[in-house]
Ligand binder design. Structure first.
Ligand SMILES: Cc1cc2nc3c(=O)[nH]c(=O)nc-3n(C[C@H](O)[C@H](O)[C@H](O)COP(=O)(O)O)c2cc1C
Length: 187
């Protein structure tokens, strides 16, 4: 094995669109650095945002944000939201919006899955702020549900790779979790 330095090798990550209300207007930015903090109720998720972004002030002021999951078909619009800043551009005009119980966390009808989160904590790092949100509600298009659960093969998430700086699609499922490993259990 060859050491290649402290390279974060956790890609691919889902590319998301994080929604917030900044200065009374909806704004979205592309975010791939999302985290799952626990598996339970309440469910806490994190997003790592550079302090230079316009979105941060809106999340702080409104104490909420959304994490919307674009599919492969939304690649170009998603990338645009990762290039342009809401300081100068109305990115929300690209989408049909809706709001849930938190009222100021804008979500996107074209995204098959949208989550709204109440701000729980902000971790202050040198260049980034980590916003930890408590998941309040998830909205999914019927088209991506199988037996009431989100079906990745229908969702077709947009995956992000930092090494190649490319978007990828999802491959075929390989095996059932907490199950295929049983083949190595000693009797
Ligand atoms: C695919 C992709 C993923 C991105 N992921 C992140 C991220 O995880 N964190 C971050 O701070 N910026 C990320 N960005 C950059 C922001 O989306 C971008 O700088 C955006 O213009 C900021 O928007 P705002 O100023 O309106 O908030 C990403 C950009 C792209 C294209």
């Amino acid at each position: 094995m060859k050491p290649i330095g402290p390279v974060n090798a956790l890609y691919p990550m889902p590319t998301t669109l994080v929604g917030s209300t900044v200065a009374d207007k909806p704004n979205f930015l592309a975010v791939a650095h999302v985290g799952i903090l626990n598996h339970g109720t309440p469910q806490y998720l994190s997003i790592g945002l550079s302090k230079s972004h316009y979105s941060n002030q809106g999340i702080r002021a409104q104490q909420c944000f959304s994490i919307c999951l674009p599919n492969e078909a939304l690649m170009v619009a998603t990338d645009y939201c990762g290039i342009m800043t809401g300081k100068k551009t109305d990115k929300a005009a690209l989408f049909d919006l809706f709001y849930g119980t938190l009222e100021t966390a804008p979500m996107i009808r074209q995204c098959p899955v949208n989550m709204e989160l109440k701000l729980h904590d902000v971790l202050d790092y040198d260049t980034h702020e980590i916003f930890v949100g408590e998941l309040v509600e998830t909205y999914a298009s019927e088209a991506v549900l199988t037996d009431g659960k989100i079906d990745l093969t229908r969702l077709k998430p947009l995956l992000f790779d930092m090494a190649s700086i490319q978007y990828f699609g999802l491959g075929d499922p390989l095996g059932r979790c907490w199950n295929v490993g049983k083949a190595l259990k000693r009797q």
